[in-house]
Design a protein around this ligand. Structure first.
Ligand SMILES: CC(C)(COP(=O)(O)OP(=O)(O)OC[C@H]1O[C@@H](n2cnc3c(N)ncnc32)[C@H](O)[C@@H]1OP(=O)(O)O)[C@@H](O)C(=O)NCCC(=O)NCCS
Length: 169
């Protein structure tokens, strides 16, 4: 694969590039997400946005949520259509795991029943089905909650400077 650099989202212009990548692609087209809604997701301060760039050009991104229930949550993974199938999505998920497993023993994500290829990718990467949320986003469709774990919370020594998560309390 070409040289990939992953770092935090930088600035409004890049946020708009990421929002456009999302808004022009399934499953978000299928869910009727507008560009403005995608931009709101990318710029929401509750998420940590990491961008994968090749030759400085954003080709994919991942949004992590590191607070709240099911903490260690991959909220969005998106790779530009022209860059798919070359390993970039797997690279972004591996990067997220490295980031999350430093602080927490679980990585969670949801994948839609509409998106069996993405689910197959997550299964290949070691994610296990936790449960099915039927009629969650769309009537007649489900979101599958998946998890990859390196151990029970109780055996995991969190950073002592970090305040307890809702799961640990
Ligand atoms: C899913 C996605 C992030 C994977 O990134 P990628 O760089 O294509 O992934 P990799 O090259 O590491 O792995 C390829 C695998 O990704 C999955 N994949 C490829 N294209 C896909 C697409 N358009 N939609 C969903 N999954 C796809 C397949 O499992 C594929 O393996 P296969 O070719 O053997 O079927 C990327 O395809 C994408 O952005 N898809 C559209 C958005 C999406 O579905 N995001 C996930 C929402 S939960």
């Amino acid at each position: 694969m070409e040289e990939v650099a992953i770092s935090r989202l930088s600035g409004d212009a890049e946020a708009r590039v990421c929002a456009e990548m999302m808004a022009s692609s399934d499953p978000w087209l299928h869910f009727g997400r507008t560009f403005e809604q995608c931009l709101a997701r990318v710029t929401n301060p509750s998420g940590e946005v990491w961008v994968a760039r090749i030759d400085g050009v954003p080709q994919g991104f991942i949004i992590l949520v590191l607070q709240g229930a099911f903490v260690g949550y991959i909220q969005i993974v998106c790779v530009a259509e022209s860059a798919r199938g070359g390993g970039l999505g797997s690279r972004l998920v591996a990067f997220a795991e490295e980031r999350i497993f430093r602080e927490l023993p679980n990585v969670f994500l949801c994948v839609s029943s509409y998106n069996p290829r993405a689910r197959a990718l997550y299964e290949r990467l070691g994610y296990k089905l936790v449960g099915e949320l039927d009629d969650y986003l769309m009537r007649g469709e489900s979101e599958f909650l998946m998890r990859k774990s390196v151990g029970p919370l109780i055996e995991f020594l969190p950073d002592t400077n970090r305040s307890p998560t809702s799961e640990e309390k």
